[in-house]
Design a protein around this ligand. Sequence first.
Ligand SMILES: Cc1cc2nc3c(=O)[nH]c(=O)nc-3n(C[C@H](O)[C@H](O)[C@H](O)COP(=O)(O)OP(=O)(O)OC[C@H]3O[C@@H](n4cnc5c(N)ncnc54)[C@H](O)[C@@H]3O)c2cc1C
Length: 264
Amino acid sequence: MRNFEYHRPGSLADAVALLRANEAAKLLAGGQSLLPVMKLDLAAPSDVVSLAALRDLKTIRSEGNTLVIGALATHDEVANSSEVQGRIPALASLAGGIGDAQVRNRGTIGGSVAHADPSADYPSALVALGATVETDRRRIAGDDFFLGFFQSALEPDEIVTAVHFPVPERAAYAKFPHPASKYAVAGVFVAKTGGGVRVAVTGAGTRVFRLPALESALAANFSPDAVTGGMVDPGDLRQGGESSPEYLAHLVTVMARRAIQACL
Ligand SMILES: Cc1cc2nc3c(=O)[nH]c(=O)nc-3n(C[C@H](O)[C@H](O)[C@H](O)COP(=O)(O)OP(=O)(O)OC[C@H]3O[C@@H](n4cnc5c(N)ncnc54)[C@H](O)[C@@H]3O)c2cc1C
């Protein structure tokens, strides 16, 4: 790991100012993704700007039919929040299945979505639930947030402050976890709302994606029987990894059936 300057600003405005003043600066939340890439020399920030003093960003609250989770809420806090368990139990369960106890105790929802790892769990929930990412300067629809492989819509000096999740009628997440890291080899989040059904897949592609054919089939018949093999094209999935695209396509259909079953 290279040398860097460490900062612990006391306000969001100061954190943004530090990012603007230092082009090669990086934010630090839970450090569960940033520190491993720094140790591997895949990132060498000149300045590390810790968000630890911004305690307001930890709040989890309801606003009408929306659950608002502060960017610094850890995976463990989301998993064990009575607010999340009561309003979107599938989200609490997803958070409880991330990594191991250390990762859940340090890692944050804001860090996870900003990192835009194609195998992370949260992106599927954001897209399936039609969530909105709030930053220090704007709101970005979950559909527009994850642009590609570790690529989000955030500007280099932009800070995620919260994620707004509309509360669905029913929702469930099923993942086939990597046996070592617990990242999703394939994870499927299914959400049924007054506006219809949304299905989002993580792990199997180079970024989270939806399954429109399955969404239409579920709108007509909300049952695991609505899932058919042809709904996932192996050609659209990740190539050259540990799992073949054909295997990933099969896993997605199995996870989709499990998630739908769990909604019933
Ligand atoms: C062993 C291991 C297993 C894991 N297993 C899983 C798993 O099963 N599922 C899963 O989803 N994830 C998994 N993870 C990743 C984990 O969820 C991380 O916590 C998450 O990816 C990053 O969150 P963080 O708070 O640690 O962010 P950090 O590591 O601090 O930051 C990550 C990136 O986001 C940026 N950033 C952080 N906060 C913000 C913010 N508020 N606004 C803008 N940018 C920000 C940072 O600058 C950095 O580029 C695992 C990690 C490890 C080490």
